[in-house]
Structures are given as structure tokens and as C-alpha cells.
Design a protein. Structure first.
Length: 106
């Protein structure tokens, strides 16, 4: 394909004027209306009702009802990110910056 779809015409119309992709492409509003007219909440409920069921191997994965993830310190796959160290549920005290400097780039 050797055409610049943004600037070259796709062909000519019945009026012999060039037709560009932008003449044919639907607007965001047109796409949103088409989705709104064809997708319903019931479709999502039906499609995803069993999203967490999985097969028997999935059902055998041990789980808990914990509100937060119980990090396994021995895991070699999923590690607790260091930026969570010392993080509390309450925000810290906000204070003024003292002596900030910008980093110079070359």
C-alpha cells in the first residue's frame, strides 16, 4: 500500500471530486452513539458473570478474603515494591521545601 491516507484521496466521488478518508471516517460522537445503541449493561452482566470462575486449576489457587494483598517475602516472582515501605493509611505532614535546586542537563 503506497498511499498517505491523511493527505491523499482514496478515489473520486460521483461528483468527480476527490474523496478522502476523513470524509468517510465517523466522528467520535457517531462511534459513541453506535456503541450506545448496540451495547447494553445486560450484555456485560451476561458476558462477565462467570469471569472469576475459571477452570479447575484456577479454582485450586489458594485465596483469602483479605482486603489487601498478603505479600510473600520469600516470593521470587511478586515482590513488595520499595515505595510502599513506611507507607501509612494516614497522609504525612506537608511542609515547605527548603533550598530546592533544579537539575542541570547538558
Amino acid at each position: 500500500m503506497d498511499i498517505d491516507l491523511a493527505s491523499e484521496p482514496l478515489g473520486v466521488g460521483t461528483d468527480e471530486k476527490p474523496v478522502y478518508l476523513s470524509d468517510l471516517w465517523p466522528s467520535d460522537a457517531d462511534v459513541a452513539e453506535a456503541v450506545r445503541a448496540s451495547i447494553t449493561p445486560a450484555m456485560f452482566k451476561e458476558r462477565y458473570a462467570s469471569a472469576f470462575s475459571g477452570d479447575e486449576r484456577w479454582q485450586e489457587v489458594p485465596t483469602t478474603n483479605a482486603v489487601t494483598y498478603d505479600w510473600d517475602a520469600k516470593s521470587t516472582y511478586v515482590k513488595l515494591p520499595p515505595y510502599f515501605d513506611g507507607l501509612t493509611m494516614e497522609p504525612g505532614v506537608v511542609s515547605d521545601l527548603s533550598g530546592p535546586r533544579t537539575r542541570q542537563t547538558r
